[in-house]
Design a protein around this ligand. Structure first.
Ligand SMILES: C[S@@+](CC[C@H](N)C(=O)[O-])C[C@H]1O[C@@H](n2cnc3c(N)ncnc32)[C@H](O)[C@@H]1O
Length: 243
């Protein structure tokens, strides 16, 4: 069983409560609309983005996530259970996208392998677009062990607690908490067991992209084109396999 099998329920709740970044869906939809060939969602999860972007293929390592994706998406998407660091798509594709920090959940050494693998699965001129969280040790120190309320509605709250595993803020562990509420009190509280995140620097992604053959088409600090800096909290990369 993969760690993420336990998290499918939390992701479904988070999505239902509208926890996504503004601009994220439109960004991937724009790339899909200009893709000359098939589109693949890498780390499709519960199908949150795929429901909007409509890829041909979705890949995920977690059977529970893939079951949730099948329920959401029906039979129109080919779902493959595989590790992104060693995954062969049935045909080369024009766009691969990897949403919501999915690459941060691979072991650090596997991220380069995942970029190499995506390159092999790309058509000449094909793109790989993804969002990753960058290390910000000072902010992470301030948040270390502190529960953060991420989203809520009248019936539920989703919390997250992170713990730094090194002083540089390169590796963290995260637990989730889903509370169910009535008008006056918490009626149920479910914990989701620790998952690891490796925070990825601009320099690391830039180096691995170049080593695996990708050209950087764009790199921004968000989905609306803000300039990317080493201290930006997230990075949105679009890589292109040379034609
Ligand atoms: C943060 S969730 C994001 C899901 C989806 N991309 C979204 O934006 O809603 C990360 C997903 O990556 C998957 N995942 C983690 N490690 C993986 C790996 N090595 N190979 C394939 N999928 C992986 C998890 O199972 C989970 O579904």
């Amino acid at each position: 069983m993969h760690d993420f099998d336990h998290w499918a329920e939390l992701y479904l709740a988070w999505t239902a409560m509208g926890g996504a970044e503004p601009g994220e869906i439109a960004y991937y939809q724009r790339l899909a609309a200009t893709a000359h060939g098939s589109v693949a969602d890498l780390g499709i999860g519960t199908g949150r983005l795929a429901a909007e972007v409509e890829p041909r293929v979705g890949v995920d390592i977690s059977a529970a996530m893939l079951r949730a994706a099948r329920d959401r998406l029906g039979d129109g998407v080919l779902l493959i259970q595989a590790d992104l660091a060693a995954c062969e798509l049935p045909e080369p594709v024009a766009l691969q996208y990897c949403g919501q920090n999915t690459l941060n959940h691979l072991p650090r050494r596997a991220v380069r392998a995942a970029l190499a693998c995506a390159y092999r699965n790309a058509l000449p001129g094909g793109r790989l677009a993804f969002e990753v969280v960058q290390p910000r040790p000072e902010r992470q120190k301030a948040r270390d062990g502190v529960p953060r309320l991420r989203v809520w509605d009248e019936r539920r709250t989703v919390w997250e607690v992170t713990r730094m595993l090194d002083k540089q803020g390169l590796e963290v562990e995260m637990v989730g908490l889903l509370e169910t509420l009535d008008e006056r009190r918490v009626t149920d509280r479910r914990y989701f067991p620790p998952i690891r995140m490796c925070l990825l620097t601009t320099a690391e992604i830039g180096r691995w992209a170049a080593e695996t053959g990708w050209e950087v088409e764009s790199a921004h600090a968000g989905f609306t084109g803000e300039p990317l800096r080493p201290e930006s909290s997230t990075a949105v990369w679009c890589l292109r396999r040379p034609a």
